[in-house]
Ligand binder design. Structure first.
Ligand SMILES: Nc1nc2c(ncn2[C@@H]2O[C@H](COP(=O)(O)OP(=O)(O)OP(=O)(O)O)[C@@H](O)[C@H]2O)c(=O)[nH]1
Ligand SMILES: [Mg+2]
Length: 252
C-alpha cells in the first residue's frame, strides 16, 4: 500500500514522474500500457517521507474490467491520497478536462468513496502542451512545477496520516515467542511489531521487487504468515511494518 497513487490514462507520464521524484527506475516508453505492475518509490521532502505507487494506466471502462481495470483500481483504493494526472500534450487523444472527467467517473463507478480521498490534479508535459489547462502543470523534462508538486503531496500525505483514527488502545491479538506480535488496526488492517520483523523491513530497500521478495522470504521464515492468519488477516488486507504498508498476499 502506498501513500499516493498516480492515477492517469496510459502514457501520461506516471512512470516518468516517479523516476524523477524517487529512486524507482520503472520502464518508460512512448506507448500506452508500458507499466503492467505497480512500481513503488519512496519520496522525501524535508522531514516527510512517503511512498508513491505508479499504477498502470486507466482507461474508460476500467471499472467494468477493461484493461485489467479492477486490479489497478484495487491498488488505487489502498492509497491514502491520489494524484490525478492528465496529459496536456496528447495530440490525438481526449483533452485534459475530458481525461479528468473519465478518470473520476471510473474511480466513482468502482467505489464512490474514492472521490472523498484527498487528491490533487496536475497537467503533465507542460513543456509541450497543446491543450489549455487552468490547473497546476508539471514537466518531468524541464522539472517545471515538480518540486512544488512534491511539497503539496507531502502536505496532503501528512494531513491524511493525521486524520487517521487514533490507534492508541488497540487490541493486541497474539504475542509470539520471538516477540513479534500482531495488532489489529481496523477490519482489514494490521500492524506487526517486534524487533525482528521491523529489522527485516528497515534493513531492506522496499522499492525494488528483488528486495521485496527477499523481505517476503524472511518474514515467511520467521512464521509471519501463520501469525497473521491466526490474528484473522485475510488475503488483500493491509499489513504495516516499521512505517511501511504491505499487502497480505497469497503465496506465490
Ligand atoms: N515532453 C514530455 N514528455 C514526457 C514528459 N513526461 C513523460 N513524457 C513522455 O511520455 C511518454 C510516456 O511516459 P511514461 O512515463 O512511460 O507514461 P506512463 O503514464 O507511465 O504510461 P503507462 O505505463 O503506459 O500507463 C514517454 O515517451 C515519456 O518520455 C514530460 O514532462 N514532457
Ligand atoms: Mg508507466
Amino acid at each position: 500500500m502506498a501513500d499516493v497513487a498516480l492515477v492517469g490514462f496510459p502514457n501520461v507520464g506516471k512512470s516518468t514522474l516517479i523516476s524523477v521524484i524517487s529512486a524507482a527506475k520503472p520502464k518508460i516508453a512512448d506507448y500506452p500500457f508500458t507499466t503492467l505492475e505497480p512500481n513503488l518509490g519512496v519520496v522525501r521532502y524535508n522531514e516527510t517521507e512517503f511512498v508513491v505507487a505508479d499504477i498502470p494506466g486507466l482507461i474508460e471502462g476500467a471499472s467494468e474490467g477493461r484493461g485489467l481495470g479492477h486490479r489497478f483500481l484495487k491498488h488505487i483504493e489502498r492509497a491514502r491520497a491520489l494524484l490525478v494526472m492528465v496529459d496536456l500534450a496528447a495530440i490525438d487523444s481526449v483533452d485534459p478536462y475530458e481525461q479528468q472527467r473519465v478518470l473520476l467517473h471510473e474511480l466513482a463507478a468502482y467505489q464512490p468513496e474514492l472521490l472523498d480521498r484527498p487528491r490533487l490534479v496536475v497537467g503533465t508535459k507542460s513543456d509541450s502542451a497543446v491543450h489549455d489547462w487552468e490547473g497546476e502543470q508539471i514537466s518531468a523534462i524541464t522539472n517545471q512545477g515538480v518540486r512544488e508538486l512534491v511539497g503539496r503531496l507531502a502536505t496532503m500525505v501528512h494531513d491524511a496520516r493525521r486524520a487517521e483514527p487514533d490507534t492508541e488502545g488497540m487490541v493486541i491479538i497474539r504475542p509470539h515467542a520471538d516477540g513479534a506480535k500482531v495488532e489489529r488496526l481496523g477490519d482489514h488492517e494490521f500492524r506487526l511489531v517486534g524487533r525482528q520483523v521491523e529489522r527485516i523491513v528497515a534493513l531492506n530497500d522496499v522499492t525494488t521487487p528483488e528486495a521485496l521478495s527477499y523481505i517476503d522470504h524472511q518474514l515467511k521464515r520467521i512464521g509471519v504468515p501463520r501469525l497473521l492468519t491466526r490474528a484473522g488477516a485475510s488475503i488483500g488486507d493491509v499489513v504495516r511494518i516499521a512505517g511501511f504498508s504491505f499487502e497480505y498476499r497469497e503465496d506465490s
